[in-house]
Design a protein around this ligand. Sequence first.
Ligand code: UZR
Ligand code: MG
Length: 256
Amino acid sequence: TNMGITRKMSFGINSKFNGIESKTPFLIGVSGGTASGKSTVCKRIMEKLGQVDMDHQQRRVVCISQDSFYRNLTPTEKLKAEKGQYNFDHPDAFDDDLILQTLQDILAGVKCEIPAYDYRTNSLMKDQVTTIYPADVVLFEGILVFYFPKIRDLFHMKLFVDTDSDTRLARRVPRDIKERGRDLDYVLNQYMNFVKPAFEEFCLPTKKFADVIIPRGADNTVAIDLIVHHIWDILRLKKAENSTGQHPFFYQHRRT
Ligand code: UZR
Ligand code: MG
């Protein structure tokens, strides 16, 4: 039977069998501890995907951050956050229903809107929404993107950026001070009380779900090149499928 093939390449097959013309993007999840280099890995993948394909002008690659899906804080939680007593690294801090719904919309080729997050005020900026149009490749990055099983199951490819904890802390401290407007005491307290324990309890155990683990993060150009070439191959197959109206694997399989 063709079950194995259909399942493996389901992102391409679905769009055709449903009779929907919309694009079903290739959805990649990128996780890893705080300041592991998730955003930079996504940026490199996006840059390189543009370089390798001649049709890159038509290709749409978008990156979404899990930070856009923080729950809005109640006034009490806001006060806690200001004192560094709110746990932003716990799964409960995220609106997992909204993540699921948004990713399902994206997979269905439906345009959707994503709010921006302001780390200085710990709140969503409702007036600064990004519209995500149907794309070829969608990257979704965040500390807990593999934590929720229903969300985890949606990814066609799962990457885990594995950077040493001391390196991550050394990056996190100046970033929070410079970019997120905090002082050293606040950052270190938060790290010891919430960031480190939550990483060990909720993020690190999801490493086993990854298809590819990237040691050292964005410095690892070999890993990023391999990943990009793999994505590129998949996109080429998808394109061939679209132009022949048949998935190449599927077509071959039926004829033989
Ligand atoms: P990355 N975070 C904040 O510091 N403030 C917020 O309002 C929302 C999130 C932090 C969060 C987590 N924890 O460690 C980090 N804290 O953002 C995740 N404290 O972002 O993966 O880029 O490090
Ligand atoms: Mg980030």
